[in-house]
Design a binder for this molecule. Structure first.
Ligand code: URA
Length: 243
């Protein structure tokens, strides 16, 4: 027996917090009885209805996906563009991306139907390192790198990338390739960091998330995470939160 809101969240229907609101609003029925008490316990063996929808147990699924360019990280797109879920026709439809990569960004993206896991991975306190390779317009200078390393203010908060390394400078094409590791996950974070020193990002790829790499995957391919990898990700996030 578990708390009703936990069961609803585990089914992938909605988050635990939203489930609590639905219970309080009287929208949840257990075995034909309306429940409004938050402490109520139930199991997947009970008939649980939320707004008339049957709550069913779902096996947790975790995927590592190599996102191609020109794909949106939402489950549906108003403009009819390709979404990451178009690559998961053969799997559970309730999965969704853990955070976002921009339409034109490529690389490593996690998807899951486990809301608790997704929230933990995205939480700023989890400080999971994300390693990107950025091709930018212009020749990056030592001074630009110094400025980025000393912190860039985004949305009123100072962001400190954990690592910035210039890999290539093309003085003919006037472009640079820079590796950057961040752990915050703000919208368009890498692009905004480079824009703050006057460089537009023209290509961006995420190569590493925590200890996970793309390995042998090709663009558009995916693999399931092992239960050991999922456990390691939980440990990584929880340890960083404590420190
Ligand atoms: N930072 C960005 O600017 N874009 C992404 O897609 C990811 C990180």
């Amino acid at each position: 027996m578990e708390r009703l809101q936990k069961i609803i969240a585990e089914s992938g229907y909605t988050s635990r917090r939203k489930a609590e609101e639905l219970i309080k609003q009287g929208k949840v029925m257990v075995n034909g009885k309306k429940i409004t008490e938050l402490g109520t316990k139930a199991s997947f063996g009970d008939e649980i209805l939320v707004d008339g929808n049957l709550i069913e147990y779902q096996e947790k699924e975790y995927y590592l996906f190599y996102k191609p360019r020109g794909v949106v990280c939402t489950t549906k797109d108003d403009k009819g563009r390709k979404t990451v879920l178009d690559y998961f026709d053969d799997t559970n439809k309730r999965i969704y991306p853990v955070g976002r990569l921009d339409y034109d960004t490529t690389g490593l993206l996690l998807l899951t139907n486990d809301g608790e896991f997704a929230n933990l991975m995205m939480h700023p306190a989890s400080k999971i390192d994300k390693f990107y390779v950025a091709k930018i317009k212009g020749v990056i200078t030592k001074d630009d790198v110094k400025k980025i390393k000393s912190g860039v203010i985004l949305d009123g908060l100072k962001i400190y990338p954990s690592r910035v390394k210039v890999k290539k400078i093309n003085k003919q094409n006037l472009t640079s390739v820079v590796e950057i590791t961040i752990h915050d996950g703000k919208n368009h974070e890498v692009k905004r960091i480079f824009e703050s020193v006057g460089h537009e990002v023209i290509k961006l790829k995420r190569e590493v998330f925590g200890f996970l790499t793309l390995g042998n995957l090709k663009s558009g391919e995916k693999r399931r995470l092992s239960s050991k990898e999922v456990k390691q990700l939980y440990n990584l996030a929880n340890n960083k939160k404590r420190n």
